[in-house]
Design a protein around this ligand. Sequence first.
Ligand code: SAM
Ligand code: CA
Length: 245
Amino acid sequence: MASDSKNGEQHRHQEVGHKSLLQSDALYQYILETSVYPREPEAMKELRDITAKHPWNLMTTSADEGQFLGLLLKLINAKNTMEIGVYTGYSLLATALALPDDGKILAMDINRENYEIGLPVIQKAGVAHKIDFREGPALPVLDQLLEDAKNHGSFDFVFVDADKDNYINYHKRLLELVKVGGVIAYDNTLWNGSVVAPPDAPMRKYIRYYRDFVLELNKALAADDRIEICQLPVGDGVTICRRVK
Ligand code: SAM
Ligand code: CA
């Protein structure tokens, strides 16, 4: 594989906040330019551009992962969905655009301000009616949902992209809330590649802090016979879990 490192930063791809695991930036840029950007809905491009100017843009879902989520949702005919971790709403918009007109997304984030950055774009795209945004920590919302038996097995799809130290707690609850045959997608399960870094490797503080939680989650998912899994090197790694019992 050709190295583009000698060309320096100018040849690194421009996707803001991307964390592609591909070793070649040129190859990632090729994917974006050939298959992703030409098919990206206008509203998603607009939201991506707005998010790029935000100081925390590293958190956004990449365009290729957004495309993957949209396609996955259509493949499974998802209608009732949930998202934990919204930020400015790129994955939320990908979901809202993929769902049928009567589709639903229960979207949770402790930060409403960032959601409101993307909201005008979501409204303009005509899909805001599918979204029920709840400001606050997700775990109590899940507990509240579990109190009502009619919510059990009622979700077709959940995208988990928030506090990594809670993923195991989410998993316990989500397995009851997702229907048998439904899908839970856990994002950032390769955690910037740190899952294979030696313990003494230099790492940003937050990467080091959450690393053990991601490692534990990956082991737990692999050992959980209630789900089938596939860990994909898309974005920062996304583990797709299908509930089987
Ligand atoms: N999916 C988003 C996107 O496409 O732009 C990115 C989400 S960002 C990586 C993680 C988000 O999780 C942040 O917006 C943060 O405020 C939120 N978050 C952190 N802890 C949370 C919690 N306990 N409950 C709900 N959201 C939380
Ligand atoms: Ca993510």
